[in-house]
Design a protein around this ligand. Structure first.
Ligand code: BG6
Length: 472
């Protein structure tokens, strides 16, 4: 649809940005924090470890002040499970609680709504050693952690996100350093869908618990949703796109919202001997957990064609790149879309298409919890950073949100990735996303000083005009 008049962004729209604890905080074993899987993993060659990151743990006040200067209405960050419960279960680390207490209070003081992710790729190492999400006890571990969070922060956090990108954890665990398989695993697919099932049940229980313990709060999942297009109008390509979308995207919000598995994913799992086991009470738990909204991360769409099952495929090589699954779909280049310096396609129109699809499937308010451009930035001699490419990317995506609002979608806010530079999941510090530049390199910590990029000033104006002025 081409509209003659576009609707404005709602007055209470959450403009802000996102980070995650293990990528931004550093201080990875300080003040009683226990190690997570991210602290013990082998980082990809040529990329920084995760001990210092952007040193947000020591710069948080200054960082929040900069976000407030941009005019943020909300800030999405994650709580490190191991700062609160160093062993994953057991004793609470009061210094860890104090850190987030201060962070949350400061957000409120500055007029920014804290939007808190409970779990962002950082399983406590102690629990990893006990089998991570493969262990049925992981459901209880997560629910216990959720209870501690709701007890300690429940009165002052109004928006919670459960598990960041559960679909990426399930489908691309090796890329982000979270995959744990038990020894002698004879069916990898069955194992990862067992893990996935435990996460789904844990999430449903955490959502129900949130509603019980924090009646004022809203809670939702945060999957990575990327609509997959059929490569052509060949009907087989359409089937491939339906397969891919069911497995990559819809399974996750389907269970969160409707409490049941996606119809196409189930027979595929059955056919591969990978159906998850339902323990007593799981069905009821899935039905009882209801999200109030859906958070979702969007970077770009994918394109697929039919696979006859004979091809060799690598599967996911990053969160956004996937050459497919034999007999299910085959991932191909779109051909109409430019790519970032790091190889991800750029598709703002696909953002609107994805939003429309999410809206028509789930009928819930939508919060964009991530979206952004990873690029090489240059700090000039005079302390400026000219990231016009990031401004273009963000502008093109914000325009599509406005169109989606005009389409009738209830959009809650936009939390691009990332508020400040941080360490990428597997491509190090050099892949920068922030509005705020952090002065460090891959291996040289330099001054860790903060600088405002051109996109900082631009976003400030966007927020000040509630999205009316997107010009440079
Ligand atoms: C999302 C994650 O997959 O994408 C973030 O939730 C991540 O943790 C972001 O950093 C960008 O990906 P990458 O691989 O470029 O860091």
């Amino acid at each position: 649809m081409i509209y003659k008049n576009e609707l404005a962004f709602p007055k209470n729209f959450f403009w802000g940005a996102s980070t995650s604890a293990y990528q931004v905080e550093g201080a990875n074993l300080e003040d009683g924090k226990g190690p997570s899987c991210q602290d013990v993993k082998e980082v990809p060659e040529g990329t920084s470890g995760l001990t210092v990151c952007s040193d947000h743990y020591h710069h948080w006040k200054e960082d929040l002040a900069l976000m407030a200067e941009m005019g943020f209405k909300a800030y999405r960050f994650s709580i490190a499970w191991t700062r609160i419960l160093p062993e994953g279960t057991g004793a609470v680390n009061e210094k860890g609680v104090a850190f987030y207490d201060n962070l949350i209070d400061e957000c409120h003081r500055l007029g920014m709504e804290p939007i808190v992710t409970m779990f962002h790729f950082d399983m406590p190492d102690a629990l990893d050693k006990r089998g991570s999400w493969s262990n049925r006890d992981s459901v209880d571990w997560f629910v216990n952690y959720a209870k501690v969070l709701f007890e300690r922060f429940g009165k002052k956090v109004n928006y919670w996100l459960t598990i960041n990108e559960q679909n990426v954890l399930t489908l691309a665990g090796p890329v982000i350093g979270t995959m744990r398989l038990p020894e002698n695993c004879d069916n990898e697919l069955r194992e990862i869908y067992r893990q996935n099932h435990h996460m789904l049940v844990a999430q449903a229980k955490a959502m129900a618990l949130c509603h019980e313990m924090c009646p004022q709060a809203k809670i939702g999942p945060a999957p990575n949703i990327a609509l997959l297009y059929p490569k052509s109008c060949d009907p087989l390509d359409q089937l491939a796109a339906q397969n891919g979308n069911a497995i990559r995207n819809w399974l996750y919000p389907d269970v969160a919202v409707y409490g049941r598995y996606n119809r196409l994913v189930w027979p595929w799992l059955r056919d591969n001997g990978a159906l998850p086991e339902f323990a007593e009470g799981d069905e009821e738990a899935l039905k009882n957990g209801h999200p109030d909204f859906i958070g979702f991360n969007y970077y770009n769409t994918g394109t697929v064609e039919w696979s006859d099952g004979t091809e060799e495929m690598k599967g996911f090589t990053s969160q956004q790149e996937n050459d497919g699954t034999p007999g299910v779909f085959k991932g191909v280049d779109n051909g109409h879309l430019p790519k970032t310096e790091f190889g991800w396609e750029i598709d703002p129109i696909g953002f609107r298409a994805t939003i429309r699809e999410m809206d028509s499937r789930y009928h819930l308010p939508l919060l964009v919890t991530e979206n952004g451009l990873g690029a090489y930035d240059t700090l000039e001699e005079d302390g400026t950073i000219h990231d016009s490419y990031r401004i273009s990317y963000l502008r093109d995506h914000i325009e599509q949100i406005r169109l989606a609002i005009t389409d009738g979608v209830d959009m809650m806010g936009y939390m691009p990735w990332s508020a400040l530079d941080l360490i990428s999941t597997h491509e190090g510090m050099k892949k920068r996303y922030g509005f705020i530049y952090v002065d460090r390199d891959e291996f040289d910590l330099k001054t860790l000083k903060r600088y405002k990029k051109d996109s900082f000033y631009w976003y400030k104006k966007v927020i000040a005009t509630n999205g009316e002025d997107l010009s440079d």
